[in-house]
Write a protein that binds this ligand. Structure first.
Ligand code: PLP
Length: 453
């Protein structure tokens, strides 16, 4: 039907494989280095905190990697997710552009994060792990791993960045409902947390600090591993289920995107929607513009350095080559908690450096205004993180209004904002400000980058 709003796939069209962009990269990624020796990391080094299956995926260059049947079975609770044509938004903007969005807020946790939480929990369970530790920013990832833990019978411990822990009590309740333990970070439960609190007793926390706490706990017990909700290759791989479904849905709509837009915290939802399309382009297919949107207050891709850095604040993780603001940088406490990360996925960083991805940034007031405009037209309140993609999509659609071009824009509506009502309350009450990142703090954090030969 030419006036369809939703493009729905039935369960038998749920992808059977994920797409691995490492198979199609024009030049390979720089190696991940051991934090102590600065030599390329080995699978044995990683085995202290990750299960073997995940490590194999992290290093794989196979183009297609099978989605295990028990994972597909759980995915079927909400996947395939709908692709919407934003007809009401197009009308409100009076644009000739065609706007599509893939809606990941239909997952039980309300975002794209269960796409990787489910397989990570599955592989851990398969290898006899009893407990998984992790960090969470907005609470979306912690909720997703809590859900996955309860599906596969695993204990879950979540370090939640303190500013989000205080903003979002219902996220904690959500995690506890699924039997997980949720601790505000920095905490007194780890040496990394205690060290931060000794120096900054009022620390609002950061993803970098919460990762240090979770990794420290995981390394202490043989039956415990760690799971990361973004940044690493295997996480981005699992998220490609989004773009693989979108390819089939756009085919149903008889369309192909001229541009794809996603918000970027660590890069996973953006990669999820964009990589299957970018893979086609890299193999000689159609040209496509990719826009990664980040907050002006944590401008990793637009203002950071492309360098080797640690993934966490306590420098416990391996060194990866990425865009970074420095691992000791603590972004200001703006509401898109999931975008408050100093680094960026190595795959996204590499492809940005090579010119395949264009990064851009917007401040939080403009993003909330865009989110509310979207909500009024389409009836879905986006997560504050997703508002960044919404803002960029509106900007591009308005450019089409000016130029008269009927571009096809696809963006990822990576989550709903139904747990983020405090942020909307503050915005509507005029209490939110545009926070800027402190240039001197970034300069200091960058001056502490490890020197890699
Ligand atoms: C709703 C939502 N969107 C985006 C992000 C950012 O992560 P990524 O860039 O890996 O998608 C998060 C992270 O917590 C999130 O919860």
């Amino acid at each position: 039907m030419s006036d369809s709003v939703k493009y729905l796939l039935d369960e038998q069209h749920l992808p059977r494989t994920w797409y691995n962009i490492n198979a199609d990269l024009p030049t390979p990624l720089d190696p991940v280095l051991h934090p102590g020796t600065q030599q390329p990391i080995t699978p044995d080094d990683l085995a202290v905190i990750f299960p073997r299956a995940v490590i194999e995926q992290e290093m794989s260059t196979e183009r297609e990697i099978e989605i295990p049947e028990p994972v597909r079975e759980v995915y079927r609770q909400w996947r395939p997710s709908p692709l919407y044509r934003a007809r009401r938004l197009e009308k409100a903007l009076n644009t000739p552009a065609k706007i599509y969005y893939k809606y990941e807020g239909v997952s039980p946790a309300g975002s794209h994060k269960p796409n990787t939480a489910i397989p990570q929990a599955f592989y851990n369970k398969q290898e006899g792990v009893k407990r998984i530790t992790t960090e969470t920013g907005a609470g979306q990832w912690g909720s997703s791993l809590a859900l996955a833990g309860s599906m596969f019978g695993l204990e879950i411990v979540v370090y939640m960045v303190k500013v989000s822990f205080n903003h979002k009590p219902y996220r904690r309740a959500f995690m506890e409902t699924f039997g997980a333990q949720c601790i505000a970070s920095p905490s007194e439960t780890t040496a990394s947390g205690r060290a931060i609190l000794a120096e900054h007793p009022d620390s609002t926390g950061s993803l970098g600090i919460a990762i240090s706490e979770a990794v420290e706990l995981a390394a202490q017990r043989d039956d415990t591993k760690y799971a990361l909700g973004s940044v690493l290759n295997h996480v981005l791989l699992h998220q490609t289920v989004i773009g693989l479904e979108a390819q089939q849905q756009l085919e149903m709509a008889g369309d192909y995107p001229d541009m794809i837009i996603g918000c970027t915290g660590g890069g996973s939802n953006f990669a999820g929607i964009a990589f299957p399309f970018l893979g086609e382009k890299l193999r000689g297919g159609r040209d496509i513009e990719l826009i990664a949107v980040e907050p002006s207050a944590c401008p990793t891709l637009t203002k950071g350095l492309f360098a080797y850095d640690y993934g966490d604040t306590a420098k416990l993780t391996p060194l990866v080559k990425m865009y970074t603001l420095g691992s000791s940088f603590v972004p200001p406490g703006f509401h898109a908690g999931g975008l408050r990360y100093h680094g960026m996925a190595p795959q996204i960083s590499h492809l940005t450096k090579l010119g395949y991805i264009k990064p851009t940034s917007y401040n939080q007031l403009d993003c909330f205004a865009a989110g509310i405009r979207f909500a009024k037209a389409e009836g879905i309140v986006p997560a504050p993180e997703a508002n960044h993609a919404v803002k960029a999509a509106i900007v591009e659609a308005e450019k089409c209004r000016e130029s008269g071009e009927a571009k096809t824009i696809l963006f990822n509506l990576c989550g709903h904002g139904n747990f983020d009502m405090q942020a909307y309350t503050d915005y509507l009450a005029g209490k939110l400000k545009d926070l800027t990142y402190a240039e001197d703090e970034v300069a200091m954090a960058l001056s502490g980058l490890p020197s890699v030969a």
